[in-house]
Design a binder for this molecule. Structure first.
Ligand code: FES
Ligand SMILES: [Fe+2]
Length: 345
């Protein structure tokens, strides 16, 4: 198998959420490879190469029958392991009638797919967990966005939350200068990059005041954990001075974001996100507002990133200037560059 583009392989990527895979086959392209997702007879999510081995119709154009996938052209039927199990009107099934399966696993309602460097490559680790999805302190909701932009531009955006004060003035913004001046700590450990930012005594933004009865100014934190296939971002705040914000057990308002960034092609991306938030006993019904505002916030990011990418294509990629806020994003870019270099060596 040859691929025109270089992506870090032999790892789990997000293919979607458990609730997205229903009765109909779901076709999606990951890392330039077309895949069809469906449910087998036991209700488990399965994934196959999205190409019928007869005359190459996408299998996602077909239908699911008792946990097997019926091609929508001449009716070949494929089991969840990719084996053809029925050729209508022909008794004998050709030995080569099979399509390649992909390993998938559903954990914490996230559907993960193993993207191997070699045909038939199998997972050598468990998929990542999203602890907030199973934590009774939180409720979460999420969605799937499609981006007309390369996936690393989304990494850049999420690793540099100084943009929040400029892009998200209506929701999670607050004072732009406070965001830009926040002490920022960048650490890296193998393929993991961590960015921690504290914003003491800052103005609570709209989403925070809608969700939590803050008394006045707040002490805010942003803890960003980057992994090659996804980011988890823990943000939140307490009343200013109420308690230390570097204590892992701190109270206050919590937003735990999960961001599965899966390249679709070299220039388009899937962005699978959820937001888990805590609720105050006096404001138990605020979470729908939080989720709506989060979706609005991510839509604002998409507009910015797609406009950025369109403009990058209008100019012949002249060099860009770095500033202090780029440390985390540059670190993550180095992780991916090293992985891609290693793969071509
Ligand atoms: S193309 Fe699928 S059965 Fe012919
Ligand atoms: Fe943003």
């Amino acid at each position: 198998m040859t691929h025109s583009h270089n992506f870090p392989l032999d790892r789990w990527y997000v293919a979607g959420f458990d609730w997205e895979v229903g009765d109909a086959p779901l076709g999606r392209t990951f890392l330039d490879r077309p895949v069809v997702l469906f449910r087998d007879a036991a209700g488990k999510v399965a994934a196959l190469e999205d190409r019928c081995c007869h005359r190459a119709l996408p299998l996602s154009c077909g239908r699911v029958e008792d946990g097997a996938l019926r091609c929508g052209y001449h009716g070949l039927l494929f089991a969840a392991d990719g084996q053809c199990i029925d050729v209508p009107g022909q008794g004998k099934i050709p030995a080569k009638a099979r399509v390649a399966p992909y390993p998938v696993a559903v954990v914490d309602q996230v559907v993960w797919i193993w993207m191997a460097s070699q045909p038939g490559g199998q997972p050598d680790c468990e998929p990542p967990r999203v602890p907030a999805h199973a934590d009774p302190r939180y409720r979460f909701k999420g969605g799937a966005f499609h981006y007309r932009a390369p996936y690393q531009l989304i990494h850049d955006n999420l690793l540099d939350l100084s943009h929040v004060g400029y892009v998200h003035t209506k929701t999670i913004g607050g004072n732009a200068r406070v965001h830009m001046e926040a002490p920022t700590n960048v650490g890296a450990d193998g393929e993991h990059v961590r960015v921690v930012r504290h914003m003491k005594a800052s103005q609570p933004p709209a989403t925070y005041t809608a969700a939590w009865p803050f008394k006045g100014l707040i002490d805010r934190w942003q803890e960003i954990d980057f992994h090659v296939s996804h980011l988890q971002i823990f943000t939140g705040a307490v009343d200013a001075g109420a308690e230390p914000i570097d204590n892992p057990e701190r109270g206050g308002f919590h937003m735990r974001g999960f961001h599965g960034i899966t390249p679709e092609t070299a220039t388009t991306s899937h962005y699978f996100w959820t937001m888990a938030a805590s609720s105050h006993p006096d404001q138990p019904d605020n979470l729908d507002t939080v989720h709506q505002q989060t979706a609005d916030t991510f839509e604002e990011d998409r507009e910015i990133i797609e406009a950025q990418w369109r403009n990058m294509q209008r100019f012949a990629q002249p060099p860009m200037v770095d500033i202090h806020v780029d440390a985390g994003a540059n670190r993550a870019r180095r992780v991916i560059a090293l992985l891609n270099e290693g793969a071509t060596r």
